[in-house]
Write a protein that binds this ligand. Structure first.
Ligand code: COA
Ligand code: AMP
Length: 631
């Protein structure tokens, strides 16, 4: 078995190990150092190395025999469109669009915000930024104008790239009004906005600021790649934190390329030339890493799917694509399979398709529940592998490293630590816990290559969020435990972040929105267990004295407010009026206990509770209103 040796090596001879992995890439200058510290005392991988991620994803393969291999397959059941791009064609599209960016004055280090649906142009745009050394920040289309504005003000982009709209099953989502609203709210104003017009929705362009994508492209000359330092940022990806301000995760070029290339071989067990499909969205980290960068770095064919697991047109869509494109490795979130299972529990649709090319199914984004795991195993007859990671890590920290020999699969566990990740379970004082004991899941710092290097222009927050809680460790924010064989079981977030249909959301951010309603005196938003989506947010609010609006009216107003401010992706669909919220004597709302009541989990009320009778009131109310599993 190769895994134990590799794992040991990656920790005890970490420099040699990661130096050897770096040699797989075609650097312009091989790094002088494997690991070093920057001026902030933060770990940096491959200082002194120069490379270009877009070159490695495209030009390198075109030069080395893959020019006519498919690089990208686009399949969009929502618009009834399919397209394919060979490596040669993808390079040509990317280089031309890089020419457009250059004409707009974009150069190394400039930020570019990308607010686009799952269309090939988003891949061209990301790779074109990387080609020039510009730093892209993709914003998921399900976020509303306010969220976009926050990101614009933080990243201060020189340019925004957008499409006229998206298609949610059969609902057209116009993007341009969202961008206009975000720009009206943001303090920072980018120089220009380039809009790709889709056939089913036309965006009005503001003269002087907005440009038509295709017109610019028609007049552009291809731009070549610009060497960047390994430590230069490739992208910023915002993710939910425990405050209203999302965190700008920064990923470098060098560590990212090495880690993702490595992961394709050793974690996912694919070969160059294989078809790899991650059914996610480019707005999330899974989309960045496993729709765009990793498959292309490794010379695979990647699939860009604009649709949903169900209703586009039916629950057989995933099976159809796996058959049509001979997908070897498939990756999605368990919630997607729960949705399919709900529509087609017996897998009748599955029988219409031949999925025999599939070797592995990988699941992440949330814990894989036993029923989903078994259903997927029955349907596909391949190993179903739960693996754990975060926007911060960029690739898995726990997995079954199939390229190092498939290990035992233990249902409920996200697997063994991936090479380079020294994962420990800590008590609140930072002491190691024994096997079987639940605590904070932490990783010895420095993290291996490919993980976040910092938060965008906010080192103090980076240190406070991840490094200061347990000195010497990176704290993941998740709880969990290890068994005697070293398998780790993730039990859930220890903070107020929730996971809704595989999407990471901040309840603190939703609370800020709910609290801003003029009728609301106090509020709490908690994640409640949900059969399909894993968790869904539920708001609880008390009213200011003198308010006469009905509970139903206020609930509707709050739902709309969250949708308009954070976006439909928040899936905020319930708000319940309470007389009062459970609090400690010092006024802290006991959200964890509210969650336990909703999910019917035993708990011990803290001795500091203000008034214990409020818990019974809440239990009765939740039952009456059918909130959560405890209802
Ligand atoms: N643009 C605009 N709106 C969007 C959007 C986008 N890119 N993505 C989602 N939304 C909207 C949806 O239309 C929906 O709106 P609604 O409230 O009007 O119905 C809302 O945001 C919630 O979307 P979603 O979470 O996708 O829920 P759903 O009920 O439409 O679908 C699932 C449920 C389980 C099928 C779907 O969430 C899914 O496929 N999840 C897998 C997620 C995933 O792959 N995550 C990546 C981690 S690997
Ligand atoms: P994101 O940053 O959006 O990728 O979300 C990361 C969070 O999702 C983690 O901190 C976990 O809480 C959760 N998560 C991701 N994968 C898993 C998994 N395999 N098992 C349990 N939780 C997971």
């Amino acid at each position: 078995m190769l895994y134990p040796k590799h794992y040991q090596d990656s920790l005890t001879n970490s420099m040699d190990y990661w130096n050897a992995q770096a040699r797989a890439l075609d650097w312009f200058t091989f790094p002088a150092q494997t690991l070093s510290l920057d001026e902030e005392n933060l770990a940096r991988w491959y200082a002194g190395g120069t490379l270009n991620t877009s070159y490695l994803c495209l030009d390198y393969h075109v030069k080395n025999g893959r020019a006519d291999q498919l690089a990208l397959i686009y399949d969009s059941p929502v618009t009834d469109t399919k397209a394919t791009y060979t490596y040669r064609e993808l390079l040509a599209e990317t280089a031309r669009f890089a020419g457009v960016l250059q004409q707009q004055g974009i150069a190394k280090g400039d930020r570019v915000i990308i607010y686009m649906p799952m269309i090939p142009q988003v891949v061209f745009a990301m790779l074109a930024c990387a080609r020039l050394g510009a730093v892209h920040s993709v914003v998921f289309g399900g976020f509303a104008a306010h969220e976009l504005a926050i990101r614009i003000d933080d990243a201060k982009p020189k340019l925004i790239l957008a499409a006229s709209g998206g298609m949610e099953i059969d609902r057209i989502v116009p993007y341009k009004p969202i961008i206009d609203a975000a720009l009206a709210e943001a303090k920072h104003q980018p120089g220009a906005c380039i809009v790709y017009q889709r056939s089913f929705i036309h965006a009005d362009l503001k003269p002087g600021r907005d440009h038509d994508w295709t017109t610019l492209l028609d007049n552009a000359k291809p731009a070549t790649y610009v060497p960047v330092d390994a430590t230069d940022p490739l992208y910023i990806l915002y993710t939910s934190g425990t405050t209203g301000q999302p965190k700008g995760i920064v990923r470098d070029n060098g560590g990212h390329a090495v880690a993702l290339y490595y992961s394709m071989k050793y974690i996912y067990g694919v070969e160059p030339g294989d078809v790899y499909w991650a059914a996610s969205d480019v707005g999330w980290v899974v989309g960045h890493s496993y729709i765009v960068y990793a498959p292309l770095l490794y010379g695979c064919t990647t699939v860009l799917f604009e649709g949903k697991p169900i209703k586009t047109p039916d629950a057989g869509t995933f099976w159809r694509l796996i058959e049509a494109y001979k997908v070897k490795v498939f990756f999605t979130a368990p919630t997607a399979f729960r949705a399919i299972k709900k529509e087609d529990p017996e897998g009748v649709l599955k029988q219409q398709y031949d999925t025999s090319h599939l070797k592995y199914l990988f699941l992440a984004g949330e814990r894989t529940d036993m029923a989903t795991l078994q259903w997927c195993e029955n349907m596909l007859q391949v190993p179903v592998i739960d693996h754990w990671w975060q926007t911060e890590s960029g690739y898995p920290m726990l997995a079954n490293m199939t390229g190092l020999g498939l290990q035992k699969i233990k249902p409920g566990s996200a697997g063994l630590p991936v090479c380079g990740f020294d994962i420990q379970i800590l008590d609140p004082a930072g002491q190691l816990l024994a096997n079987g004991e639940e605590g904070a899941v932490a990783v010895k710092y420095p993290l291996p290559p490919g993980c976040l290097t910092n938060l965008w222009q906010d080192t103090p927050r980076f240190k406070a969020s991840y490094l200061e809680q347990f000195p010497g460790y990176y704290f993941s924010g998740d709880g969990g435990y290890k068994d005697d064989e070293g398998y780790v079981y993730i039990t859930g977030r220890m903070d107020d972040i929730i996971n809704v249909a595989g999407h990471r959301l901040s309840t603190a951010e939703m609370e800020e929105v709910v609290a801003a309603h003029p009728a609301v005196a106090e509020c709490a938003v908690i994640g409640v267990a949900d059969e399909l989506k894993g968790q869904t947010p539920v708001g609880f609010f008390s009213l200011k004295t003198g308010v006469t609006q009905s509970e139903a009216d206020i609930e509707q107003a709050l739902i709309q407010l969250v949708r308009n401010t954070i976006g439909p992706v928040a899936a905020f669909k319930r708000a319940v009026q309470v007389e009062r919220l459970p609090k400690t004597r010092s006024g802290k709302i006991l959200r964890k206990i509210m969650r336990a009541i909703a999910d019917d989990i035993p708990f011990n009320p803290p001795s500091t509770i203000e008034d214990i009778t409020v818990l019974d009131e809440l239990r009765i109310l939740m039952k009456e209103k059918r909130v959560g599993g405890g209802a």
